[in-house]
Design a protein around this ligand. Sequence first.
Ligand code: 2AM
Ligand code: CA
Length: 286
Amino acid sequence: MANEEKQPFTVGSKSFTAVAINTAAKAGEWIKSKLGDFSSLNIKTSPQDLVTEVDKGSEQMIRNLILTHFPHHSFLGEEGVEPGAAASIQALEEASEAEYLWIVDPVDGTTNFVHGFPFFSVSIALAYKGEVVVGVVYDPNRDELFVAEKGKGAYVHGRRMQVDRAEKLSDSLVATGFPPDRSTALRSNMKGLEAMVPQVRNIRSGGSAALHLAYVAAGRLSGFWEVGLNAWDMAAGTLLVQESGGKVTDTQGRPYHLGVRHVVASNGSVHDEMIHVLKEAGGTGE
Ligand code: 2AM
Ligand code: CA
């Protein structure tokens, strides 16, 4: 009995995935309700690197909900980490000891949110011993919830997702992004962009890495690459892509892991071509 009393209260019979879905949906609806209605806009590392009280409030809400269900789990969220690559890498290293680690981006696409451009998402992943086992990305603007469980497939609107069938880059719509690191990532992205544009059907840059990955999973894009991302931008989306039959590596073609910052995700068929173009152009970020 004495032992039992020491156990913290946990809510029973809720699966990890159900908690991730409910939490992402709740946070997403709240974020949407705040569109055009936030008061404090702060600049992080540069005028391109933004945070609002909505990012912070969303993360607080997500953290509280997850830790109510799983108080012994660890939590890595964007807003709990100092800005900049070095702090992100260190935070991930510290957190990687955890058996169960929730990796959360409370608003992926903050710049879009600030400008009222309706392309942002909530990204929630659960890693077990360093491997992502649950990934949920929620787009509150279109009410689309993308969900994947390791080994069980990926779904949107309850339908199984499948990557698209493009065999060649010339038949592919691909996406990229421009993180605010203007010194290294931007140079590399510009080289990659210049080389990629003539090779593909067209390029999009929506401003939410998590949603771009979800779109690769859903077959709406054949590929996505970006240099200079953090673990929370990608963790959930990478499982969506893998469980939809696609491929995720770093820009050199090495397998994805939580520490990857320069990513290529694709339907698999155009993967090598994308990496080849980036390598030839010096656009891998390395
Ligand atoms: P965010 O909106 O959560 O910050 C756009 O190119 C992508 O880059 C978005 O997913 C965006 O996520 C991410 N991003 C923005 N600032 C970043 C930073 N300082 N470091 C890494 N990624 C960042
Ligand atoms: Ca964010």
